[in-house]
Design a protein around this ligand. Structure first.
Ligand code: DC
Length: 224
């Protein structure tokens, strides 16, 4: 008998290892994987390219009206398509990280993406990674995780990801990351916090396999 499909949410601050854990978890379960941070990054890039300032509600509204965002798996890597154009590499810069955090505080943007994300989860069998997946977007998700790690550990992880670009120091990465986490956890709308019923995992001293083992244990238990 085929196992029932569920929605799994993984929230947490930047650099806690959500992306790798979500991708691997989805692969093990035969699920889809959605990196919702990429959607906010896509909107940040679109507003930069269209010169729509986040404070200008009218400009943001018309920019969103002409926007399509899709997450597709290509050669084992999740790609973001902005109006059918692959912008996956353009959204991974420190500038877009800060802009994504800024646009994510706008009610207009959150409402727009709420619909997009819920549509993506309609058929279940998806691992959603983000900041408000378990609290706001899928409060009824069958299994929820909150993945955390120490600021030093998270900064190091982010630094390694950016290292090849070599334009920013570890200290700068940590400063920007701490500011972004503060903003993400203190905004009025859908702030980053642990969802009710979420399993908290501190990945500071765990390797990927250990994180996955804990997650799979809770998923198995929920499916029984
Ligand atoms: O996961 P990330 O670093 O790529 O996310 C970029 C920004 O998007 C993050 O600073 C906050 C925002 N975000 C959000 O508000 N809600 C989500 N579900 C995902 C990301």
């Amino acid at each position: 008998m085929e196992k029932k499909k569920i929605v799994i949410t993984i929230d947490g601050p930047s650099g806690a290892g959500k992306t790798t854990a979500s991708r691997m978890l989805a692969r093990r379960l035969g699920y889809k994987y959605m990196d919702t941070g990429a959607l906010y990054r896509g909107i940040a890039l679109a507003s930069k390219e269209k010169n729509s300032h986040p404070d200008d509600e009218g400009a943001m509204k018309s920019m969103l009206a002409g926007l399509t965002l899709n997450l597709v798996l290509k050669d084992n890597s999740l790609r973001l398509l902005l109006n059918e154009r692959d912008v996956s590499d353009l959204i991974r810069t420190p500038e877009i990280s800060m802009m994504a955090s800024a646009v994510s505080a706008l009610p207009l943007v959150r409402e727009y993406l709420l619909e997009v994300q819920r549509t993506m989860g309609r058929d279940k069998g998806v691992v959603f990674e983000g900041r408000d997946m378990g609290t706001v977007v899928f409060p009824e998700a069958e299994v929820k995780f909150y993945l955390d790690a120490s600021p030093e550990n998270r900064a190091m992880r982010r630094y390694r990801e950016l290292d090849s670009r070599g334009k920013i120091s570890l200290e700068q990465v940590k400063t920007e990351m701490v500011k972004r986490d503060f903003d993400d956890s203190h905004r009025k709308l859908a702030p980053l916090k642990q969802a009710e019923g979420a399993v908290r995992i501190d990945s500071s001293n765990l390797n990927l396999e250990e994180v996955l083992d804990i997650m799979l244990y809770h998923i198995e238990a929920a499916l029984c």
